[in-house]
Design a protein around this ligand. Sequence first.
Ligand SMILES: Nc1nc2c(ncn2[C@@H]2O[C@H](COP(=O)(O)OP(=O)(O)O)[C@@H](O)[C@H]2O)c(=O)[nH]1
Ligand SMILES: [Mg+2]
Length: 661
Amino acid sequence: MNDPAYPPSSAVIKSTSLAELWDDFSKVPVIERSWPTAENLSALHALKSIDKKRADDLTSRVEFGLSFSNLPIFAVAGPKNAGKSSFISAFLSPAGRERIPRGLKSTLGTQRFTVWLPQSWESDADLLEHISNTLADVFGHAAEPLSYIAEEAIHQQTLTHAIEKPLIAFDTSLEEQNFAFIDCPDIDSAAGNTPENNARLRMLTKAGEICVGVMLVVERSKIQVDLIPVIERHLPQCTQVYAINMVRDEVPHEVLKDWVQEYERNPEHCYVAFDYEVGGYRERTPSIDPNLVSNAVNTRKLPFFFEVSPEPEMNLPNAVTFDRSIVKIGARFDPDTLRQKRQQEQLTEIKTNLENSVGYIEAETVECADAVGRAATLLFRACKDMLTHDGQAVITPDLKSLENIADSLKRTAPKDFKPWIWMFGGGFRLLKKAIEKKDEIKKWLRGRKGHLEKVQIDSLAPDNLCESLAGWSAACGLARVAESWKEDAIDVFNRFNREHKTTLAAAEWDVLTKQMWDHAPKWKQRMAVVLGMVAGLLAIASALLDFLGGHGLFTLTYAKLISLLGIGGNIVGPGMVVQEREALIKKLTLQNVSNFFAITADRVGVPRNVPRSFENEFPQPIVVEKPNRDAYGLVDRHWQLARPISKNVNSLRSAINLFKP
Ligand SMILES: Nc1nc2c(ncn2[C@@H]2O[C@H](COP(=O)(O)OP(=O)(O)O)[C@@H](O)[C@H]2O)c(=O)[nH]1
Ligand SMILES: [Mg+2]
């Protein structure tokens, strides 16, 4: 996977099927990533890293497209009390009808999606597994079986707050049908007209993904409701069947005319049922209506839907033949044709989706690299500003480095200073044991007041970094307040204190201290010079000791250091030496910035190399990389440095192009 040329034949990817195309999409490396990990990514992998939801959505669409069910499903939808459940009941066995909540009472409203399937499927394990997986994919939750005990089944369907969990039911009467149904909960337009604000509409849209058609049940007197276009809009790909219920004193072809004109509907697949509770029903309804022959006392009436004809006389009671009953609708459609129509739409959608995804991945990759570059530059600038005083980058001395300086000063001292160095040996020894002799240092300094003004400590604390990071994150487009950076800031300072040392080799210190001696004031007494120097070192040590234990950093410019030592060395000397000195000071100070930046970069999730615009001035960091997997840049921003592998991107693109749904 790590070879960008994989697979060797990528330039001639030939995809003939969705399966192969999906294989390419998930396997052919199209993105070469260098940070946070060096890795080549397939389009799917890249999409996942940019927008996980989009990748998951595409995956489930494709998987669904790959395994498109053999079963045409119709969603039965419509407003409350339109007769949806009654409509489905007509297709079920008497026992099945008992399992459906029907009624005007609000407690009998269907609250969940129930998928009704032929009984025999319950024992076909493979088929059932396929359907269950599909439902789980679409709804995001596994389907629950609908109980065979009527009371329990009704309880399951009327349970509120379980809309996301579909029910799955089997009935013997569906055996003759070529369809399965989804009984949908009532869609209430008062709850909103978009899936975003109406959970049921959202679920209906989802259900639409596995349906070839929608059977829309509406009450004759309420067909003006704005809900119908809303429902249709959310099931746009579906073949539509209309069932107009509770027609009263009207002739069916007039209802049809109204429907066609007012809603600009197709006159095809329009069914009507007369209201069985009003006078004249027996005279109006087709003579084959089972309500007319049913004489069992406890058999509930069901609306009898039959296909309306535009010819008035064809709708007369005796003219309606049994093949026009709703329960014969299976014969009106060829399930294969329905499915193919829907499947082709699905595949076309998938093709477009794949095409768009490739473009999106490419654009996002390039844009992300730019954003990361900007973020790193801004962060570097912030670190540099924090570690700069009076226009100069600072050193961050610790006791060890003070000791190194003292040792070097002793080594490079000119002969005429040596006796005084020897004389103040006690001061040097205090420096070596600074931690234990903290109080003695203070006493020593008090005894020699006047040799040194009070040392002003400059310091940097995690709070400073918190402020910087708050500003930085805002500039990066996703602000996080200062407090939220606390833990990160403390970690950065701890690591810096542990891992970064202001150090030069002994010989390098010697170059610097030799210079200091060369410029030591000649007008002062030798003793005063050495005394000032030791006092300076001890004063810095004392300030540092006060400072230890916190998370902060003690900062000092080189100019301040030599002024505290009181001897000099800041004067421009002959060329060679100046260059060498400048290089050493740079090593002492600029390295701080690079290291501090690298540690911060690790922590907040940006690449740790010195950004291009600072590359010439600053050395590369020399602290080890410790990535933080929870970093802002990785978790909140999905930052990465990557570039498209053009050759493979183009191949994948042409493969998608060649794919014919
Ligand atoms: N009067 C009359 N009532 C009906 C007719 N069709 C259904 N109903 C009743 O209307 C109520 C709501 O029906 P239901 O099928 O539960 O509607 P749903 O809310 O759309 O599922 C029930 O009490 C049914 O018995 C009809 O043609 N005439
Ligand atoms: Mg219902």
